[in-house]
Every structure is written in structure tokens, then in C-alpha cells.
Design a protein around this ligand. Structure first.
Ligand SMILES: [Zn+2]
Length: 214
């Protein structure tokens, strides 16, 4: 999911930036609660409780920026929820890297994670290995619309229940029940029945249907 920043206010003196990565979670616990495995940070809150950062796969990051010294956080890539069709298509023009890698490239689009990339490519019927710059305008527009739908949906579900979020273990997130390809390797495609395939692109597991994604 997206990186979050704790201070919008430009008059703030510091920012604490949380990148959840793939499996990162922030938990609020009583100070005497057992510390679960993969807890990388414990921060005492003014209430006496603790804010704990748990991240089994360690893709996440906590970052403190002193704004007297450092520049503030701004995502380098475009915002996928608000980018228009024209600007979205322009991001990929002339690029030879695969569309899957391009979607995950945070300097192009901010905050598109592995699940959302695989699921949006499936819904748009686009093979993940295709060169980003070779996709037609119609394909890119389909992809943009599917990506927006998925991100909106995920945010809505994730935002609806804090306890679900706290309990999530990364593989069993709120979005899991609706995965059509992600982590479904070998299972039948929900559209055509072919086995879902898994390949690795840019070091990331990539799940797709060889038949639906031509
Ligand atoms: Zn299929």
C-alpha cells in the first residue's frame, strides 16, 4: 500500500514516514503485551501504550526526517487514483520494460503494490511481460480503469474496519478473498478454467492467466 506521512502541515518540524511494504503493520498495544515475532520497532505513546511496527518480510521502512535538515516526503510517482488517461498513457510511452515492472516502479506511479499490479493486469487482460511502451492506448486505458477500481475498493474495505487491519497477517489481508490471480498459482482461472501461472518479473512473483491475458 501507499506510504503514509504523518505531517501534512508545512510548518511541521519533522516527518515520520511509514512504508508498510508488503507485510508491514502498525499495532497499538499495551506496553506489557507480549511482543510478537518480527517486531522491529516499539514506540511509547503519550498514553503509555506502545506503537509497534511488525514486518515479517522486511520490505517496509520507518523513516524520520528532520525538516530543518531534510526535504519533506513527496511521492515521486504519479497518483494512480487521480491521474487522467492522457498522463497515464504518457508514463509508459517508449518504455521497453515490462508493464508489470512499470506498474511497480514507484517513480512512475506511487503506491501500486504487487497484488494490485497482478490483479489489475488480469482484469485488463494484459500479459505482465509485455513491454510497457507497446501497449495500445485502449489497453492502457483499460488498465488504468481497473487499477483505479481495485485501489478504491481496497481502500474502502481496508478503511472500514481497523480490527481487520490490525489482525491482517499480510497473506490474509482484506483483499485476499477477491484475488483472481494473486497467489492462486495452479488453481483454475475464474474466467476460463486454465491453471494460473507464476513467473518472476523484476524479482517479484507475478501471477497471470496465459489464456485470458493475451
Ligand atoms: Zn483465464
Amino acid at each position: 500500500m501507499r506510504a503514509a506521512k504523518c505531517a501534512e502541515d508545512t510548518a511541521a518540524e519533522a516527518q515520520w514516514i511509514v512504508h508498510l511494504g508488503m507485510t508491514g503493520r502498525l499495532l497499538v498495544s499495551r506496553a506489557d503485551a507480549p511482543v510478537e515475532p518480527h517486531t522491529h520497532a516499539r514506540i511509547t505513546l503519550s498514553s503509555g501504550r506502545e506503537l509497534r511496527f511488525v514486518d515479517p518480510r522486511r520490505f517496509g521502512r520507518l523513516e524520520f526526517r528532520d525538516l530543518h535538515r531534510d526535504s519533506g516526503f513527496a511521492a515521486p510517482g504519479a497518483e494512480p487514483l487521480t491521474i487522467g488517461a492522457e498522463d497515464f498513457a504518457a508514463l509508459f510511452r517508449g518504455r521497453s520494460l515490462s508493464i508489470k515492472a512499470a506498474l511497480l516502479n514507484q517513480t512512475l506511479l506511487a503506491g501500486v503494490g504487487n497484488i494490485y499490479a497482478d490483479e489489475s493486469l488480469f482484469r485488463a487482460g494484459i500479459r505482465p511481460r509485455r513491454a510497457a511502451g507497446r501497449l495500445s492506448r485502449a489497453e492502457l486505458e483499460r488498465l488504468r480503469r481497473e487499477l483505479v477500481k481495485i485501489l478504491r475498493h481496497a481502500i474502502r474495505l481496508g478503511g472500514s474496519s481497523v480490527s481487520d487491519y490490525v489482525d491482517a497477517d499480510g497473506e490474509r489481508g482484506f483483499f485476499q478473498l477477491e484475488h483472481r490471480v494473486y497467489l492462486r498459482t495452479g488453481e483454475p482461472c475464474l474466467v476460463c478454467g486454465s491453471a494460473i501461472r507464476r513467473i518472476v518479473i523484476g524479482g517479484r512473483g507475478t501471477h497471470f492467466c496465459g489464456k485470458c491475458q493475451g
